[in-house]
Design a protein around this ligand. Structure first.
Ligand SMILES: C[S@@+](CC[C@H](N)C(=O)[O-])C[C@H]1O[C@@H](n2cnc3c(N)ncnc32)[C@H](O)[C@@H]1O
Length: 170
């Protein structure tokens, strides 16, 4: 079975409103997660797709972005074409909570505290040991992240990044 297969959906939960991660913060998050060439990344709630496109362009990763809003998926597909990485990046309209995660090396999140906690628990139950989840800004405390770092965005504002490594949580 294709581990990136997604099922058409009516989302039960809106996990976060749309706010984009700045590219320098996305870059720091993907570095923190140790994303490398040929690895597979999923952005759960991808918005305009910029994080997935950056993963393909700068990290040579294969990426999937999902969002329940069809206009974001249309825009994200255009962004992938413009960047010339449409062969490495796929965007699907889907419920982030329904995406099978077992085949991914890195899960990227920019949601809110309650939804990050829910998604992290769900992801850790599916990911192989050593796979990573990286979250921009928010983290629940159950499970607590393995690592949290502060980075500075282009406007000099601090941004927190959180990392969980599958197989490390109690
Ligand atoms: C804060 S934005 C993050 C966008 C992008 N990941 C980034 O960091 O730039 C959260 C996104 O999650 C999407 N979203 C919220 N609930 C969702 C759900 N249940 N399934 C799929 N996408 C969802 C929203 O439409 C929004 O685009």
């Amino acid at each position: 079975m294709d581990p990136t297969a997604v099922t058409p959906f009516i989302p039960r939960y809106i996990l976060a409103p749309h706010v984009a991660t700045p590219p320098e913060v996305a870059r720091a998050a993907l570095r923190l997660a140790g994303l490398g060439p040929g690895q597979r990344l999923v952005d759960l709630g991808c918005g305009d797709g910029a994080v997935a496109v950056l993963a393909a362009v700068e990290f040579e990763a294969d990426a999937l972005g999902v969002d329940f809003e069809p206009h974001w998926i249309e825009q994200a597909r255009i962004a992938a074409k413009v960047a010339g990485v449409q062969d490495r990046v796929r965007f699907e309209q889907a419920d982030a909570l329904a995406v099978p995660l077992a085949g991914f090396d890195v899960v990227f999140l920019y949601l809110v505290e309650w939804s990050v906690q829910r998604v992290v628990r769900q992801a850790l139950a599916q990911l192989r040991p050593g796979a990573r989840i990286v979250s921009h800004s928010f983290a629940g405390d159950d499970p607590a992240p393995d690592r949290s770092v502060l980075v500075t965005d282009a406007e000099g504002q601090p941004r927190r990044l959180h990392l969980w490594v599958a197989g490390n949580a109690c």
